[in-house]
Design a protein around this ligand. Structure first.
Ligand code: SF4
Length: 304
């Protein structure tokens, strides 16, 4: 399961897929007790992997209870974080949880470029967080999202990630969602620019001797939607108020964990991939890009 436990975070990244930010918490985000109950149900269902993304999961005090409940239920954790709140105590707790993956965004090789794209972030603190996680044996992964503003620095950012001890340098095409969709003309690199960025990263990988591993996500959001429609992934996305979606790009709330157990949501997710509304939305979005601007909404599915 993917779990967006809050939509609040310290940054206002220009390309944020979730349109998160300091004032962007949702009104009715799940309480501690509700979130822990969902985590307990995940263990009962045997969910093997829980991935936490933005807003900032580590900004929610009860997220640690949620993590511990998931891990004691047998799940591995993936945590996507801005890295700004990883102090000594957080490091110690993370070591106990043994997450499978901790990802921190590093959107440039210089403070000027990283912070221009990610207002509210602090380049030096991000670098320090990656270094501290590596020193603690937590094998952090640096994530680089390419835009017109930072794509020229991708190889240098990869080298920087290597010098900080990251295990992986992860990147992929900019996803046309959230604020990235709203500023697409200004931010999105051309296909040729992205292709030459990947080639330059491959050269850097060779120069670095293959470490950190270079991980390039293979497709954009439209291909992702088409591919998932043909072969749905065994995954649900829980958004901050407990609604359940199939993918962040699909604005359908297929279940509500405030009203029903996780097991029921899974059954609805399986059925929803075959629904006419979902299929039709994916088909129309291939040519009508305006539909992607609804990614962070929760429409009710009439066939629910
Ligand atoms: S990309 Fe991450 S850090 Fe930036 S605004 Fe979105 S959730 Fe916050």
């Amino acid at each position: 399961m993917a779990w967006q436990i809050t939509n609040r975070c310290a940054c206002r990244c220009q390309h944020c897929c979730e349109e998160s930010g300091p004032e962007r918490g949702w009104k009715r985000e799940l309480s501690r007790d509700e979130a822990v109950r969902v985590a307990r149900e995940a263990g009962e269902l045997g969910i093997p992997y829980a991935a936490f993304g933005g807003g900032e999961p580590l900004g929610i005090p009860h997220v640690w209870d949620v993590f511990e409940t998931l891990v004691s239920g047998g799940a591995l954790l993936k945590i996507e974080t801005d890295g700004l709140s990883i102090d000594e105590r957080a490091l110690a707790r993370l070591k106990e949880l043994k997450p499978a993956s901790i990802q921190i965004s590093l959107d440039g090789a210089t403070a000027e470029v990283h912070e221009a794209l990610r207002p509210g972030s602090r380049f030096q603190d991000v670098a320090k967080a990656i270094e501290n996680l590596a020193a603690a044996g937590l094998e952090p992964e640096a994530v680089f999202i390419p835009t017109k503003l930072n794509i020229a620095q991708a190889p240098r950012a990869y080298e920087l990630a290597a010098s900080l001890g990251a295990r992986v340098f992860a990147t992929g095409p900019l996803m046309r969602l959230g604020r990235a969709a709203l500023a697409w003309e200004r931010l999105a690199p051309s296909e040729a620019e992205w292709a030459s960025c990947v080639a330059a990263l491959e050269e850097t990988r060779h120069k670095l001797g293959g470490f950190p591993k270079l991980s390039v996500y293979p497709w954009d959001i439209l291909t992702e939607m088409r591919t998932r429609l043909e072969s749905p992934q065994a995954m649900i996305l829980v958004v901050p108020d407990g609604k359940v979606k199939l993918l962040n790009a699909l604005p359908f709330a297929i279940a509500d964990l405030r009203e029903e157990p996780l097991a029921a949501a899974w059954e609805k997710a399986k059925a929803a991939w075959g629904s006419t509304e979902v299929r039709d939305f994916i088909r129309r979005a291939q040519t009508d890009r305006a539909l992607l601007r609804h990614a962070n909404e929760c429409w009710s599915l009439s066939s629910r």
